[in-house]
Design a protein around this ligand. Structure first.
Ligand code: ADP
Ligand code: MG
Length: 374
């Protein structure tokens, strides 16, 4: 596998170490290559899944039978699924497989948390070609395993099949939530505050840096990229975190959002989803949008406007929510929650209020899987 980023780079935590972050361009010296054929389908499944432990009481039966068995314990169950396809959703020339495994889980957990639910189980289905040795699939699963351990998720099943070329990963996540706590996209009311977690735009700028280094690498394979100034944004691209902590925080603060969505496609398209489903309008303030300094400096370097990136970049996996004004005192001291606007009547439309106090209509330019890429 040609990687410009070493698979063990970025992050702390047992499977990811920051120490050897920077980063040999080529990881093709993979010492061992065990072919998948040698192992066979059942051998592979057994090899990959034998370490998974069950943590939740609601998992009655995990891997090993024709189907997993769950018990519901009087909560509501949320289910979500995502499909990731090589060359469409990820590029293995700069995404280490361990990170891909981790991120594939995050993408799904983020959707569960966006319902104000706790994630409990996942299933993992993969299609792999002979191009991948066993060691590569092990890397993928070590990222999945780290994610499952860190977030307290049971891996309860999946499917394994062959693919003629690329790698395909489909993960389904299951979660639970008390009936009175579930938060939909359609509950925003005029005068509610629009709140975003963390900061945005970083994952997209991290991707721009990785794409640039890939092009440099093509021309000069001996080149060792200096990624030091981009640590945060590359980490946000390669190792996003789903905001489980925010669901717990909201519970502690006794705040139930009136609506919520996770930011996978970009702030503007998620705002439009919330407003359309809730039948309301919005005013979003440019000067309130939380940006990391590294996003601002990298935007300057790439000569792009940071607000445009925040609105249209994707893959932040932050949460966007609306809360009632009554709840403002409970959230105002929290650095993880930023008020970026407020909800209006539908007929006032959806606008960005710029630093120059101009009102510009918000349009969706978010990443779209149906768009022709490259
Ligand atoms: P079946 O033929 O009944 O679909 P499989 O042989 O495909 O069963 O799977 C055996 C067990 O291993 C099942 O519990 C299944 O959910 C699990 N499993 C199969 N592939 C994977 C995978 N890639 N990741 C996790 N669990 C898997
Ligand atoms: Mg099967």
């Amino acid at each position: 596998m040609h990687n410009i980023v070493k698979s063990s780079c970025i992050l702390s935590g047992d499977a990811f170490k920051k120490s050897d972050y920077f980063c040999s361009m080529l990881e093709d010296k993979n010492p061992q290559r065990t072919s998948l054929e040698e192992l066979g389908e059942f051998g592979l499944i057994d090899h990959l899944t034998k370490h998974f432990e069950i943590k939740h009481k609601s998992t009655v039966k995990g891997i090993g039978d024709d189907a997993a068995v769950l018990s519901s314990r009087s909560k509501q169950i949320v289910v979500t699924t995502d499909l990731l396809i090589e060359h469409v959703h990820f590029d293995l020339s700069y995404v280490p497989l361990k990170h891909l495994g981790y991120k594939s889980v995050m993408v799904n957990l983020s959707d569960v948390y966006a319902m104000n639910a706790q994630a409990t189980q996942i299933t993992i289905s993969i299609a792999v070609s002979n191009r991948f040795p066993l060691e590569a699939i092990e890397e993928l699963y070590s990222g999945i395993d780290t994610a499952a351990r860190t977030y307290g998720i049971d891996v309860i099943g999946g499917d394994t099949t062959s693919s003629t070329t690329g790698l395909i990963i489909s993960i389904t996540a299951i979660g639970e939530v008390n009936e009175e706590d579930v938060v939909y996209r359609n509950g925003a009311q005029p005068n509610d505050l629009l709140v975003v977690t963390g900061d945005i735009g970083a994952a997209y700028m991290g991707l721009q840096v990785l794409e640039r280094e890939k092009e440099v690498f093509k021309v000069n394979p001996g080149n060792q990229p200096d990624l030091e100034p981009y640590t945060y944004i590359i980490e946000r691209q390669l190792k996003p975190e789903a905001r489980k902590d925010i669901i717990e925080l909201l519970q502690k603060l006794e705040v139930k959002p009136t609506s919520m969505i996770d930011i996978s496609d970009g702030l503007s398209s998620e705002i439009i989803h919330l407003c359309k489903q809730s039948n309301v309008g919005v005013e979003l303030y440019e000067n309130k949008i939380p940006l990391d300094p590294q996003v601002i400096s990298t935007c300057e370097e790439f000569n792009v406007d940071s607000t445009t990136i925040a609105l249209n970049g994707g893959e932040d996996y932050e949460l966007l929510m609306t809360i009632s004004q009554e709840d403002f005192p409970k959230i105002k001291a929290n650095p993880d929650l930023t008020v970026i606007g407020f909800i209006t009547d539908k007929d006032r439309g959806m606008h960005l209020i710029t630093r120059g106090e101009q009102a510009i209509p918000i349009i969706a330019k978010g990443w779209n899987a149906m768009k022709n890429e490259e």
